[in-house]
Design a binder for this molecule. Structure first.
Ligand code: GLU
Length: 473
């Protein structure tokens, strides 16, 4: 079936959005709520919109916006529209508020905070759910209390009375909430500024959002938002509420309990495609497929295979996924990333082609580009042989052989085969076995005995460096 019409019976163009609040840095749990709407828009030929929900002036920061934009750009989650900023849309919200006032969809409420508190206490004492009691809600034939002097009212939304609000959530299935559980929501503060749920609805209408894919911490807002949609004469979008992402301790992932900003994973040497792969699997599946490319993900993604239970972050698995992507990465592409890591360490002046060959040789044993840069650095900076390994392998008995090898390498053509022949020649002359010579040479040249094959490693190290390191035996 055509993906557009199958996911959207009306057949209209799919429009999704990511609507982060820039309060604190964005972590993996948050950015997954960008990945799915992005993927859904891309896989259906629709549009993906970025909207920054920055109305919480005390907690929103430009730095947080920057991390959102940088994280999305790193992961390739490019919006087709936006970023729109809610703070820049205040006039529009006030306009709609004016229309709602004129249409009798909202009403002023003068109940003071002290009165509201007292009401809540009375309700709690009689074991009722605390809710606004409609004191100021106009009804035919009802006399409202006298308007107190000098008090600015809030505006409340006339929630429908009776009946249910229902939607078929793409993750959670059918959800029905009785209107009687929803009180009349404040949609404008005394100073006239609109409140959160109202802005979201105006935006989702204006931005013609067809599918809202977001964290399930918003499920409770949805019936209220649907009622506002309907009051404004609009059909609500399709909703998909994603289960929480838990951290390794099984708590909700949050900046307060150790979550890292998304961009930190770039610094720690994770590949963008691996992150997309890992995050995609954190709440969505395509059979048993664990490793896939961005293209495969977009080909396969749909809302029907979103997971229903909370997903748990697992760093070891992320590393494994990253390792698989590194193995599959062209050496040249890895070299560009490793070059960035090396420059951060003040190592420069290498040739990318040379670095690419190093990447090709070592990428199988690394799970991040930081680990790969650790290897690459050994070719460009002096190495400090691991003391234990040095003591174990660079024994007096092997020094003559090492000296002999150094002399042979002074003259031999500098390529793998000839280097390998030189090594074998020393083995023949001394009667030693390969590991007896190869291990100490690795320790001296690379700092550790655990390296790929000796001839391949030596070939990538320049002759003078090798000789110098061998002479230090
Ligand atoms: N700004 C909300 C948040 O960051 C998201 C709102 C929404 O997606 O509707 O949690």
């Amino acid at each position: 079936m055509d993906p557009v019409t199958s996911s959207n019976p009306a057949g209209q163009r799919i429009r999704t959005r990511f609507a982060p609040s820039p309060t604190g840095f964005i972590h993996l749990g948050n950015i997954r709520s960008a990945l799915y709407p992005w993927a859904f828009a891309r896989s259906t030929g629709g549009d993906f919109i970025l909207r920054i929900e920055d109305t919480d002036l005390e907690r929103s920061t430009q730095a947080a916006v920057d991390v959102i934009l940088e994280s999305m750009s790193w992961l390739g989650l490019d919006p087709d529209e936006g970023p729109y900023y809610q703070m820049q849309r205040m006039d529009r919200y006030k306009d709609v508020l004016g229309q709602m006032k004129a249409a009798g969809l909202v009403y002023p409420c003068y109940m003071s905070v002290a009165e509201l508190d007292a009401l809540r206490e009375r309700q709690m004492a009689s074991k009722e759910k605390p809710r606004y009691d409609g004191t100021w809600r106009p009804e035919p034939g009802k006399t409202l209390p006298p308007v107190p002097e000098g008090v600015l009212p809030v505006l409340r939304f006339r929630n429908p009375v009776g009946g249910v609000v229902a939607w078929d959530d793409k993750v959670k299935g059918r959800i029905e909430i009785s209107n009687d559980e929803l009180d009349d929501l404040v949609i404008a503060r005394p100073d006239g500024t609109p409140t959160y749920n109202f802005c979201v609805v105006v935006d989702d209408i204006d931005m013609r959002i067809t599918h809202v894919i977001r964290g399930d911490d918003h499920v409770n807002n949805t019936p209220r938002q649907i009622n506002i949609f309907r009051a404004l004469g609009k059909e609500p979008p399709v909703y998909a509420h994603l289960p929480t992402v838990l951290n390794e301790q099984g708590e909700k992932m949050s900046k307060r309990n150790g979550a890292k900003p998304v961009t930190q994973y770039r610094e720690e040497g994770f590949l963008s495609d691996a992150m997309v792969n890992y995050l995609a699997r954190l709440g969505w599946s395509h059979g048993d497929d664990e490793i896939f490319s961005r293209e495969q993900f977009l080909q396969w993604f749909n809302l029907d295979h979103l997971g229903r239970s909370a997903a748990q972050f697992d760093e070891a698995k992320l590393r494994w996924v990253n390792a698989q992507h590194m193995k599959a990465s062209p050496d040249g592409a890895l070299a560009l990333l490793v070059a960035q890591q090396l420059r951060k360490r003040g190592i420069d002046g290498f040739f990318e082609e040379h670095l690419a060959r190093i990447c090709g040789l070592f990428k199988d044993r690394c799970d991040t580009t930081v680990a790969l840069a650790d290897w690459a650095a050994r070719f460009y900076r002096p190495v400090e042989p691991n003391a234990e390994e040095r003591a174990k392998y660079v024994a007096d008995g092997v020094r003559p052989a090492i000296g002999m090898l150094a002399r042979m390498l002074e003259a031999c053509p500098w390529e793998k085969f000839a280097i390998g022949e030189a090594v074998k020649e020393v083995l023949r002359a001394t009667g030693m076995k390969m590991p007896q010579l190869a291990m100490p040479v690795r320790v001296l040249v690379m700092g550790t005995a655990q390296t790929p094959s000796l001839d391949a490693v030596l070939e990538l190290c320049d002759r003078e460096t090798v000789l110098e390191r061998l002479r230090a035996a």
